[in-house]
Design a protein around this ligand. Structure first.
Ligand SMILES: Nc1ncnc2c1ncn2[C@@H]1O[C@H](COP(=O)(O)OP(=O)(O)OP(=O)(O)O)[C@@H](O)[C@H]1O
Length: 626
């Protein structure tokens, strides 16, 4: 049940809504208490002015109708001055209120955005980011960062409407008490209907989340430069566009159904309100004709009925809108409520410097309870100062072991030890500080070359020497030095560096796949002094010379660190201190290259298969196959 509330349910209960309202108010008050106070003052002015106008109008009409022209003229002066002053208040208050509300929304929206993305960054594992419900929540939460200000703004305008309502109801009660009851009774169904409608709209938005996500995905494919090659070569543009539009139609149909329901309900309720007002008017005109009411009373009645109905409608709309905003803001609150995805350590401790090594002890893992095992009882030691290679077929579980070692997931059973310390007791951030890694699916940041490297260690962001040193070691320095602005060249054709005086859209540069891979390697290498270097397929896109250089570098680096290398190119792992062969999540062979060749098992078979492609007879003795 709790999991459903966290991830999948669209219906927050009353308690969640109340908590959401308190949180929203807290965000807004902390952001700008002065502006909230300003809004309240405007609210009081805005509430009193229309009622004052109605009473002053009545007084003016009755003064004129009394026929006391001489005395009436001087009596009219303060009334007219009062009417003029109130007219100015009525004209000015909405403008000032709009300005304050918008400014408050901007400021508190910034605070809510900061709060949201802090919470998202605090998830140390990957599970949340693989949960489509959670991704929808974050998207909707990102769209509702102005909801706190909207809720407070609506509370203020609702308060104003309520005060005006009370003022007009008192006025109406003076003239026709039954009319108060009739108008109020007609308002109850409106309030209930509006609340039901706003709940319906919120759950419709939640339901169409997956369709909108897919629409975005297909739309992105149609404009993504990397996908452009395939979509053109395979001629899939029309197919993807068709799918994108189908998702859009699904979402539009849901919007249309909701709009129609709102039209029918709100239209019917508006007719009911008009019927009540018309009925009241007929009664009062009859009373005026009979002489029981003055022309001033008639004017006050007409204004009061209209005022009661307008302020009631406004109050109901404010309540319904605030309710809808609270439903939207619940996505924000749900992200905040979501507990840590990787259980926190009972006693969190820093990762000690690696002295003895890393040990996987009978580790079992599957991505979900209903998924098959991906890692089955792996027991493996990576001694300090050595290099270990993981090899095996696609899907054998190699990258998964790396992700477990970095604590992106917890083993389902068994444990991983860092110098004898269970890594579950180590703060993930401290553990990761000790690791440098290149992942198979490394990120290509649309940033400058220097930033792309420095993201490996932000302390190097303003240190061109460290950045260049990492680039040299990754063999990418000559390519970067030749770029139009050297290391400051933007590696993107999507963005323009507006801060540069000679900003030129043509200055964005596209690197080749292998160059990006070297850049990712530089990003890992800038993390000097780390205990463990993990390279998951670091050479897949590299040319033979680059691969040779990288391995020479890594051999040198191994002297002061521990290495874990994953590669399908078995020639690159042959000089590892230990090679572990994974098959279907199990370690099936372990040893040095020569031992495994002598064993004549999976490794030897795969190695010979690859070696055949190199026509070993053509290779000079001692050159190796890498
Ligand atoms: N995030 C995930 N959620 C669910 N299943 C996953 C996830 N990541 C990987 N898997 C599954 O786990 C298995 C092992 O994947 P893993 O990436 O560890 O294999 P690998 O040995 O690194 O493969 P490759 O050589 O192709 O990179 C695969 O069957 C894969 O489908």
């Amino acid at each position: 049940m709790r999991r459903e509330r966290e991830a999948g349910s669209s219906r927050p209960g009353r308690r969640e809504l109340v908590n959401g309202a308190v949180t929203a108010a807290g965000i807004v008050f902390r952001t700008s208490p002065g502006q909230v106070a300003g809004l309240v003052v405007l609210m009081l002015l805005g509430a009193a002015a229309p009622v004052g106008v109605a009473w002053l109008t009545r007084a003016a009409l009755d003064t004129l109708a009394s026929g006391n022209a001489a005395g009436g003229a001087s009596a009219l002066v303060p009334i007219v001055v009062g009417l003029a002053a109130l007219g100015m208040v009525v004209a000015f208050v909405p403008q000032a209120e709009e300005y304050l509300r918008t400014e408050l929304a901007r400021r508190s929206g910034l605070r809510a955005t900061d709060r949201l993305y802090r919470a998202v960054s605090a998830f140390t594992g990957l599970r949340r980011f693989e949960d489509p419900h959670f991704i929808d929540r974050v998207r909707l939460a990102g769209q509702s960062t102005r909801a706190p200000a909207q809720v407070v703004g609506r509370a203020v305008t609702g308060g104003r409407a309520a005060l005006t309502l009370v003022g007009f109801m008192v006025s109406l009660a003076v003239l026709s008490p039954p009319m108060v009851a009739v108008v109020l009774a007609a308002a109850v169904p409106t309030l209930i209907a509006e609340l039901v409608l706003s709940r319906g709209r919120a759950s419709m938005l939640w339901r169409i989340g997956p369709a909108e996500r897919r629409e975005f995905f297909y739309g992105h494919l149609l404009t993504d430069p990397q996908a452009a090659k395939e979509t053109r070569l395979y001629g899939t543009g029309a197919f993807l566009r068709g799918r994108m539009l189908a998702e859009r139609r699904t979402a539009d149909a849901a919007h249309r159904r909701t709009d129609r329901r709102e039209l029918v309900t709100q239209g019917g309720l508006a007719l009911l309100g008009a019927f009540v007002a018309g009925g009241g008017l007929v009664t009062v005109v009859a009373g005026a004709k009979g002489g029981t009411l003055t022309p001033g009373d008639l004017s006050l009645f007409i204004v009061a009925v209209a005022g009661v109905q307008t302020s009631l409608t406004s109050l109901i709309t404010d309540i319904a809108y605030a309710h809808q905003q609270l439903l939207a803001f619940d996505h924000h609150c749900a992200v905040m409520r979501a507990g840590p995805d990787v259980p926190p350590a009972e006693v969190s401790r820093p990762a000690p410097p690696l002295r003895t090594g890393i040990e996987f002890r009978d580790v079992w893992f599957r991505y979900r309870d209903d998924h098959p095992w991906v890692v089955r009882g792996v027991t493996l030691t990576i001694p300090h100062g050595t290099s270990t290679a993981l090899v095996g077929r696609n899907g054998a579980g190699k990258s998964t072991l790396v992700k477990l070692l970095c604590r992106f997931y917890e083993p389902t059973r068994g444990a991983i030890y860092w110098d004898g310390v269970d890594i579950r007791t180590i703060d993930p951030e401290r553990l990761r500080e000790r690791v440098a890694a290149v992942f198979q699916d490394f990120v290509q940041y649309d940033l400058t070359a220097a930033e792309n490297i420095a993201l490996g260690d932000l302390t190097a962001l303003d240190d061109p020497f460290r950045i260049e040193d990492a680039a040299v070691r990754a063999g990418i320095h000559p390519s970067l030095a030749r770029l139009p602005r050297g290391y400051d060249t933007l590696l993107s054709t999507l963005f323009l560096d507006e801060t540069a005086e000679d900003a030129d859209p043509e200055m964005g540069v596209v690197l080749s796949g292998g160059q990006w891979q070297r850049l990712a390697l530089a990003r890992a290498l800038i993390r000097t002094g780390r205990d463990l270097v993990i390279l998951d397929e670091p050479c897949a896109g590299l040319d033979a010379e680059a691969e040779y250089e990288v391995h020479a570098q890594l051999r040198r680096r191994r002297a002061d660190g521990t290495g874990l290398l994953i590669s399908h190119r078995l020639g690159t792992v042959r000089d590892a201190d230990e090679i572990a062969v994974l098959d279907d999540g199990e370690v099936v062979e372990r040893g040095r290259h020569d031992d495994l060749m002598a064993l004549d098992g999976t490794y030897a078979r795969l190695f010979r298969l690859q070696a055949e492609n190199y026509h070993l007879d053509d290779v000079q003795p001692g050159a190796g196959i890498s």
